[in-house]
Design a protein around this ligand. Sequence first.
Ligand SMILES: [Zn+2]
Length: 226
Amino acid sequence: MEKIAHRKYREILNRSFKKSFYQFLLKLIIEEKDKEKILKMFTVARYEEFRKDNDRSIWTELDRRSYQLRKISDEIAGIKILDIEKIFKDEQFKDKSNLFKNIYSQSFLKKEKFYEIYGDDMSPRYCSYCGISEDQIEKLFNKDEIKTKRWATRGRNMEVDRVQPNDEYNSELVLCCYWCNNAKTDEFSGDEFKNIIAPSIRMVWNQRLEKKDLSQIQVPAHSKNK
Ligand SMILES: [Zn+2]
C-alpha cells in the first residue's frame, strides 16, 4: 500500500513543517527584532512551546500577509518585508531546521491516520470535489483526453487537500484530483469549491468520458472518500 501513500505523506509533512518553521521565525522577528536576540531565542525548547500554544492563528495570519505583501516598502507589524526576508534566507537559521523538524513530526498527523485517509493502491480513489476516479483519469489519459504537460509528476494519483486552506494538515483532509487541487489553490473554502466550482469541472470530465464511451462520474457523496 504504502508506496504512493508514503510519498504523499512525506510531501505534506515537509510542506507543512516548512510553514510552521517560518511562522515561528516570523514570530521571533516581530517580538525580538534584532538578529542576535532572535538567534538566542531560536531554540528547540522555544519552538516546542510555540507548537504547544493552541492559538497560533495570529501567526498564520501574519505569515499569510507576509506572502501577500511584496513591495519593498511593505511592512508587517512595523518591520519591513525586506528585513523579514533577509532573516528567512539566513543560513544560521535554516541550518537548525532539522532539529525543529523532529519536534514538529511528533505533533503532526500520524502516518497511520494518513494511510487510512489515502487508502491503499488496491482500492479505488476518488476526487472529493469533482468525483473523478484514478481509474477514469487513467482511461482518459490512454484515450489522449488528458492535456496537462505535468502528467509525469501530477495527475495520475489523488492529492490531499486541507478542506480549509489555511489550516494545518491535522484538520479535515480529503482526497482530490490534481485539477481540483490546482483550481482550489489556497483561495476557496471547501464549500465554495464543492458547490460552485467542482460541478463545472465534473461536466467537462463527463463530456470527455462520453466522447470516448467511458462511464460517467457519479456525483460524489462527498465527505467520505474511501
Ligand atoms: Zn477533482
